[in-house]
Write a protein that binds this ligand. Structure first.
Ligand code: BG6
Length: 495
């Protein structure tokens, strides 16, 4: 039995021999995540017994094999773990080659893929990773179809998958004209995070939490992903995308799916995706009155940004899952750039029991001092349960306490992989459990439609703050709650 991950197919060992074709190989994502990630998988002994990586980019950005290897070396040195040197690096580097491709002229790529396949011998699998701007998805997919590279291959597509329902449907149609859904892996690196996965284990492997994981006991849920970074020079991408599409539709809604889903009949891809899609189907269309869009001061002056841009760099919203488990329980989601702190946190706030019998309730006020379950899913992550205990002393005085599990302390932490790394591995293994399905993503765009049609104005906020004040009004009478790992105080969600 495979113990690699919850969704992993039983018995799965190493992936079959592979040719990985990396489109967008000279881009930012490849440099920061994908090339260092493939190298890390190699070092961890998790890549196939034999494999090749063929980098690709349009002819205008073509590299020689040597230049691509140097590019990969720099990327690993800057963003990877471990220095790119020695025999292990030489062996990794020898597996890299480059083949430029434009939709109208894919010959160099075809030659590079053929050379890689014949070097491997047999019938290696092919994994095409589209780390290209969304506007290029359709043309690359079309090229994979006309060249025959799609046959029997698997396809990883980056996000955002579409910009609204119509474009997501059109993109799905383009993809399905060339690939069967079983070949398609729409990637969301949040779902590769150890502690997001662990929500499944926490909920379904324990008798402790699941019985109270519902509207009878939970008053509200927060999924909070503030970031301190700005747009990091990604003006072109960000102007087209904005925080709602970049973070909420892509990442936060997926986390919501895991938090809210019913127990799946098994942890295989079909069962998990089915339950997640059922959550999305139960979601009410977003009410624009329950959404706050913000933009940090200075955004419009960033190079490449329209000086009149109304692209949001911050979103806070209330989502509702209208089913038997969750009706009436608001899910508050927040994410934004240039905020006070970086965090990635899910909190479940429990209803308060009657506390009348305790004469001194001065420390049990509404500011987060009730029962809360916190899942911090920023790597390496931690989980805490917060509850009330009696303060030592002669009087019956309550005080908050908590129990915490830290991934950083776990002995197996050394085996941890970054989100992208484990998802690329899953794609090579053909396990779709943690990838978004066509109907799931279309439903999320359907839920988002009222907001996209009536987004309302963006409200300015100072960089380093917590976004527009109206985000606090949105959640009232509750508060944004960002507990620290080290302290029991509510933290800096509401400065
Ligand atoms: C990416 C978004 O998908 O996720 C970025 O495009 C965001 O805007 C990033 O900053 C956050 O991911 P991480 O790796 O910091 O958890």
């Amino acid at each position: 039995m495979d113990d690699r991950r919850p969704g992993g197919p039983p018995g799965a060992g190493r992936p079959d021999d592979h040719v990985v074709v990396l489109f967008g190989a000279t881009g930012d994502l490849a440099r920061r995540k994908l090339l260092p990630g493939l190298h890390r998988l190699d070092r961890a002994g998790l890549m196939p017994r034999d494999y090749r990586i063929v980098g690709s980019a349009p002819a205008a950005a073509a590299l020689t094999n040597e230049e691509f290897r140097a590019h990969a070396r720099d990327a690993v040195r800057e963003f990877g773990t471990g220095e790119p040197e020695g025999a292990a690096w030489d062996a990794f580097e020898a597996r890299l080659s480059f083949g430029a491709a434009d939709p109208e002229d894919p010959r160099m790529l075809l030659a590079a893929v053929r050379a890689a396949e014949s070097a491997l011998g047999g019938t290696p699998r092919r994994l095409c990773h589209l780390a290209v701007p969304p506007t290029a998805f359709a043309s690359v997919v079309g090229m994979l179809g006309t060249t025959g590279l799609a046959r029997g291959a698997r396809l990883i597509i980056e996000k955002p998958f579409g910009t609204d329902l119509a474009s997501a449907r059109a993109l799905n149609a383009t993809v399905h004209a060339v690939f069967d859904e079983s070949q398609v892996f729409r990637i969301d690196h949040f779902l590769g995070k150890e502690s997001v996965d662990n929500i499944l284990a926490l909920r379904f492997a324990n008798g402790l939490f699941e019985p109270v994981w519902n509207r009878d006991h939970i008053s509200h849920v927060q999924i909070d992903v503030p970031e301190t970074i700005g747009i990091e020079g990604r003006a072109g991408f960000f102007e087209e995308t904005g925080t709602f599409r970049d973070m909420v539709v892509t990442h936060l809604f997926q986390v919501l799916g895991f938090v809210a889903m019913e127990p799946p009949v098994s942890l295989d891809a079909r069962a998990l995706r089915e339950e997640k899609t059922k959550v999305f189907r139960s979601m009410r269309p977003l009410d624009p009155a329950h959404v706050v869009r913000g933009q940090y001061d200075g955004y419009r002056a960033e190079p490449g940004v329209d000086p009149h841009s109304d692209t949001e760099t911050f979103v806070a919203l209330r989502a509702e899952v209208d089913n038997w488990r969750w009706a009436g329980v608001p899910f508050h989601l927040r994410s934004g750039k240039s905020l006070g702190r970086r965090r990635q946190v899910v909190t479940l706030h429990f209803k308060r029991p009657p506390l009348r019998m305790f004469p001194d309730r001065s420390r049990t006020g509404p500011a987060g001092h009730g029962n809360v379950l916190v899942v911090d899913f920023d790597d390496p992550g931690w989980i805490a349960a917060r509850f009330l205990v009696k303060e030592p002393g002669p009087a019956m005085r309550l005080t908050p306490a908590r129990m915490t599990f830290r991934y950083g302390d776990s002995v197996r932490q050394q085996h941890g992989l970054e989100g992208y790394e484990r998802l690329i591995l899953d794609a090579m293994l053909g396990d779709q459990a943690l990838f978004t399905s066509a109907d799931g993503i279309e439903r999320l765009w359907e839920v988002s439609a009222p907001l996209l049609a009536h987004p309302g104005p963006v409200e300015p906020y100072p960089a380093g703050s917590w976004g527009p004040a109206r985000a606090d009004e949105l959640i009232a009478p509750h508060h944004w709650y960002l507990p620290d790992m080290a302290s029991d105080e509510p933290g800096s969600g509401t400065p």
